[in-house]
Design a protein around this ligand. Structure first.
Ligand code: ADP
Length: 390
């Protein structure tokens, strides 16, 4: 036995001058073994939980009435449920979403598309959520065919009910100008009528008959409501065209007319003629409500995914009691008004998923705001964009 024992494991010392003896080492190993056993138990428990969650997710996805499509980072279908497969047809795994989106036909309602043809066609509403990890996206497809059918039916019923209400007022609406026209034309038969008076009476009769024609045209427009076309058109281009059309009327009434559009080359999808007609009506009303020397302004601005057409005048304004009735069919304060302009304009805005709001106080002018949702970005721009129907 040597008198001098060299320091144990001097080259493996954990710290300055420290040494581990066998007991400490054994204890450390034991701790390590315990920790790794705990870790492995926890890992197994986690594996069990993952398996359980995966099973629950699969059951949940299978039971969901909505279609769920999970896309990977490259935009290909990683997972989907049976509802999505039955809506989009067949095996979707691995297929690029762009290819599937191209089989959808856009509708007049943003975010809704039809899939399939004829009697088997379904209407779906699409929504998309990106995974927080950035690893992909989830597309949700709700079959809204029945809801849409019911919505159309409800709208039609509402219109029919409104028309029913109209009928009573209608007789009066038609009878008054008709009686006036009859009276004037009856006067024309009088032999003693001077040529100048005869011409004046004939003009009055014509004017009443034109009013009747306008009334009937507006009523047809109001009743038809649902036969809207669908085109893509530039917002600023439409605003510019309306300014061009309305400028002569404003000039004739000595009303200043200004306009601005900050929508660049953004486009709308819908019935250009009907929407142009709705804004024209708001502009005509504004010009008519404004005294000579007053001003009317049209602006089109983009706010998020909505475009706002603001029609502002500094005319006579609208009493609160009248504001509540503005959009009622036949409500008019003008002797030659049909009272259908705003009812039709609101109907057109709503049929495009938008609306019309009004702000006014008597003597302080009026502001009408027609809001419309912007369509989904162009095909290729966003994965959700279905192809446009012709
Ligand atoms: P009409 O123009 O045939 O009367 P509308 O439905 O277009 O029918 O308008 C209904 C009524 O709303 C008008 O008669 C008028 O009293 C009121 N109105 C609409 N726009 C304005 C406006 N800018 N300023 C004041 N009153 C307005």
């Amino acid at each position: 036995m040597s008198a001098e024992t060299p320091p144990a494991a001097s080259n493996a010392a954990p710290g300055a001058g420290q040494r581990l003896d066998a007991a400490q080492l054994a204890e450390a190993f034991e701790m390590f073994a315990r920790a790794s056993e705990e870790l492995s138990t926890a890992y197994n428990a986690l594996q069990g939980q993952v398996a359980q969650l995966t099973e629950r997710l699969a059951v949940l996805l299978g039971a969901l009435p909505a279609g769920v499509v999970m896309l990977d980072r490259a935009g290909r279908v990683g997972q989907c449920n049976s509802a999505a497969e039955s809506l989009l047809g067949g095996d979707l795994a691995g297929r690029p979403w762009d290819e599937l989106a191209a089989t959808l036909n856009a509708t007049e309602t943003p975010g809704e598309a039809t899939v399939g043809a004829d009697a088997g066609a379904r209407r779906v509403s699409l929504s998309e959520a990106a995974l927080e990890s950035g690893e992909g996206r989830i597309i949700l497809l709700h079959d809204v065919t029945d809801t849409h059918r019911m919505r159309l039916q409800a709208e039609r019923n509402e219109r029919l009910a409104a028309m029913g209400e109209m009928v009573a007022g209608l007789a009066h609406q038609l009878r008054t100008p008709l009686a006036a026209a009859l009276l004037y034309t009856g006067n024309l038969k009088q032999p003693e009528l001077a040529p100048a008076d005869r011409a004046r009476v004939a003009d009055r009769a014509i004017e009443r008959l034109r009013y009747l024609e306008r009334l009937i045209r507006d009523m047809l427009l109001f009743a038809r409501g649902d036969s809207l076309g669908r085109q893509r058109f530039g917002i600023c281009e439409l605003a510019g065209e309306l300014v061009h059309t309305l400028e002569p009327l404003a000039r004739a009434r000595q009303v200043g007319f200004s306009s601005a559009c900050d929508c660049g080359d953004a486009t709308l999808l819908g019935d250009r003629k009907a929407l142009g007609g709705a804004i024209t009506n708001l502009l005509e009303n504004a010009i008519q409500a404004t005294e000579a020397g007053g001003a009317v302004d049209l602006s089109a601005t983009r706010e998020g995914d909505t475009v706002l057409f603001r029609i502002r005048d500094n005319g006579r304004g609208i009493e609160p009691a009248h504001q509540a009735r503005l959009f009622d069919p036949f409500f008019t304060t003008r002797a030659d008004g049909t009272g259908l302009g705003l009812a039709i304009a609101r109907g057109v805005a709503r049929a495009h998923g938008g609306d019309i709001a009004v702000e006014s106080s008597p003597g302080k002018g009026a502001l009408f705001i027609l809001s419309l949702p912007l369509p989904c970005p162009d095909e290729g721009g966003a994965a959700l964009a279905p192809k446009e129907s012709a």
